[in-house]
Ligand binder design. Sequence first.
Ligand SMILES: Nc1nc2c(ncn2[C@@H]2O[C@H](COP(=O)(O)OP(=O)(O)OP(=O)(O)O)[C@@H](O)[C@H]2O)c(=O)[nH]1
Ligand SMILES: [Mg+2]
Length: 403
Amino acid sequence: MDNLMGALVKLGADMVPKYEMWCLCSKSALGHKAWRRSLFHIRLASNKAETIRGLTKDLRVQDLLPQTEKLYRDLLQGQRYALARCITLVESSNRQKALEARKLLTLVEKHMRQERPGDLRGQSQGTTFRIGLSGPPGAGKSTFIENFGRSLTAEGHRVAVLAVDPSSGTTGGSLLGDKTRMPELTRDLNAYIRPSPNRGHLGGVTRTTNEAIVLCEASGYDIIIVETVGVGQSEYLVSDMVDMFCLLIPPAGGDELQGIKRGIVEQSDLIIVNKCDGDLVAPARRIKGEYTSALKFMRRKHVKLVSSITREGLPDVWEVMMKFKELMSEHDELELKRAKQRQKWMWNYINDRLLEIFVSHPAIKNRTNHLEDKVANFEISPGTAADLLIERFVQIDEKNAKS
Ligand SMILES: Nc1nc2c(ncn2[C@@H]2O[C@H](COP(=O)(O)OP(=O)(O)OP(=O)(O)O)[C@@H](O)[C@H]2O)c(=O)[nH]1
Ligand SMILES: [Mg+2]
């Protein structure tokens, strides 16, 4: 059966459905058990062949399913429905669809590399700009994006807003999905708003957001805003997928801002103190002063005052962003940043995928509860338990490789 599998991989995916057909026909001849076993191997071979084809450099648009091929072409034409459906495909956890999404992304990147290398790489001639926006709940992120986004579309930009919701992993609901209320921007034909996918763990959600950024850019959006609530890990992940990371804070006292970790303040390129209007002008100025002095020894950090409601300060924020981009592009820093981010994401994918394979492996699944109990009962150290499981996993893998 292994030889058969190898041969099928070599033949490529095209042959597999025919063989599967044969196998289905010969169910009666093989007997049920043998038939199921061969079908399993064929499916495995089919997946392997598909994966190999999917990763080759000479992948062609025709290798996509007809409906995905249409989506691909419409996406590049800037059609909103196609962008929405492509992002849905990328978010899919179905194995076949995920494979199709991988092919689609490969082709989209290939197109970008050939037609708009500056946009993909973040070179000086590139026009796309990726902005991360984080802030505690109620800071005014939605209000800010609504008005800031509209001022950008009025200037002729095309703006995409992607939300990363840290709660979706645990509750299954979508915090930002429900609350992403930007009525005017939603109606704006030059804006596209995508709430957070409400499935999967945070790593998965951020991974698909990372891929959605490229799809938005391929579809002609030049400004991508990735929004996240700054109360957990998500802002660190988001800061690894954008050109400039901004933190939006309300003019509140230190206690209320305690949820924001110091690390994320230091990671921010721009701190926007929002709600600088009415009675809040004085506290907003005070907060600005505090942050300015805290960050004064750090390179290229800015603190700005805005009122998302009166729109005061919004042009200033845009000016800071443009200067930041110019400066980064001038010294090829943006290109380097995006290149490094890509490498980091490769390792993030490996982490996620390996863990997925590890925990779902039958031999590991059977052992985890038992070992978890032992660890909790102080019978075995966490490190030893981890070593035992990893050893078991590696042994199975080696056995499989030999057979
Ligand atoms: N005075 C004043 N209020 C504002 C400003 N921006 C937002 N708000 C108000 O602050 C509240 C929260 O605003 P949102 O934009 O929903 O805040 P958010 O950060 O998106 O909140 P979450 O989605 O819950 O994280 C709303 O009542 C807004 O009207 C501002 O510039 N000035
Ligand atoms: Mg909001």
